[in-house]
Design a protein around this ligand. Sequence first.
Ligand code: AMP
Ligand code: MG
Length: 395
Amino acid sequence: MKSVDDHLADILLTVRPLAPLEVDLEQALGTMLAEEVTSPVPLPPFDNSAMDGYAVRAEDVAQAPVTLSVIGDIAAGDGRPLVVGPGTATRIMTGAPMPAGADAVVPVEWTDGGTAQVTIERPAPWGYSIRRAGEDVHAGDVVLTAGTPIGPAQLGILAGVGRRRVLVRPRPRVVVISTGAELAEPGTPLAPGQIWESNSYTLIAAVREAGGEGYRAGIVADDAGQFLDQLDAQLLRADVVITSGGVSMGAYEPVKEALGPLGTVRFNRVAMQPGMPQGFGVVGEDQIPIFALPGNPVSSFVSFMLFVRPALQKMRGLPVGPTPVVRAVTTSSLRSPEGRRSYLRAVLAADGSVAPVQRQGSHQLAALAMANALLVVPENVTEVPVGATVEVIPL
Ligand code: AMP
Ligand code: MG
C-alpha cells in the first residue's frame, strides 16, 4: 500500500499552475493576480470636496460669522471651471471638483444653508475638507502586486484604476463524472436497486470552495466505452477531471477498465480509511490531471480534501503546505486499522474537544453531514484512549 503522503507528493509533482489568462473583472473574483497593476492617474484624480458644504477662501471665513455671496453650485461630476474670488463661495457636494481660488470647504452644518448668500458661523482653516489629488495613489504607483488573491476590495481597486480586464491565474475548471449503473438523478423516482446520485454535488461544491469552477458531467453507467466517450467530450472544457466510482476490485469497474490500459493513470491502494482505492494520472493530448476517486460518498469527499484540494491550490498558483490541522481532546476512545491512516468524521467543539460521530461507514453520508471535522488517527496507531490529544482537520 502507498502512503497518503507519497500519493499526495506524486500528485503535486504532476500538477502545474495554470497559465495566466486575461479575464473581465466579473470573472476575476477568487483568482490570483498574474500581473503588477499600476494606476494610470492619481487617485483621486483631482482635488475634491470631502463634505457637502461651501467652497471658500479660508481667509474670507477666518473672522466668522461672515456672509458670502454664493456664485454657483458644484455637484459631483460637474467639470465647469468655476472661480471663487474674494467674498464669494460656491455650494459644493461631496466628490465635486474644487473650484479655482477656493482653499477650504465649510460643512453645510456650520452655515445657514443659503443659496444666494450664505452665512458661515465657524471658520474653516486652509485645506479643510479637501481630498487632495493623489492622496490615495500617485500616477504610476503599484496598487496590486502579482500573486495577490483577488477578493472584493482588490476587484474594487482594479475598477478604481480604470481596468476592465486583468491578467490572472484562472480558477481551475473541474469536470466531475459520476459512474454507476445504480445512480439516479435527484428529483427523479428511484427504480428498484437505484440510489440518488450525490457525489457530484458534494464534489462540485468542494471544488467551488477550493477556488475552482465545477461542472457536473452527469451520470455514466458502468460501461468503459461510454465512460471514455464522456471523458473525451468533457476534456475540451476541463483543467482537471474527477471521476467517482468504478475503481474498486469488483466486476463492472468502468473507470479502472477504461483508464488502466492508457498507461498514464495509476491505480493504487492508499493506506487510508476511508478511501483506499485511488487512481491518479493524466489523460488526453493536453495531459489533463484526472483523479479517479472511490464511489462511496464519504470516501470520495475525504479523497477530495486530501488530494484534489491541494492540487487545485497549486494550479491556482497558491503555495501548498500541509493540510491545516488543529489539536483537540477526544471525548471517546478510538480504534483504527493497523497500517492505515484513519479520517474519522467528528464534531469539533469550541472547548477544544472532539467527538467522533456515531456512524463511521464510508457510505454513511448523513453522518458526514453532521460532522464538522475529520479526526486523524496515524497509520501506526490502532487505539486511542479517551482524553488523548489528537489531530483534527476542520471542514
Ligand atoms: P464504486 O466505487 O463504484 O464501487 O461505488 C461504491 C459505492 O458508492 C456503491 O455503493 C455506490 O452505489 C456508491 N456510489 C458510487 N457513486 C456514487 C455517487 N455518485 N453518488 C452516491 N453514491 C455513489
Ligand atoms: Mg460503481
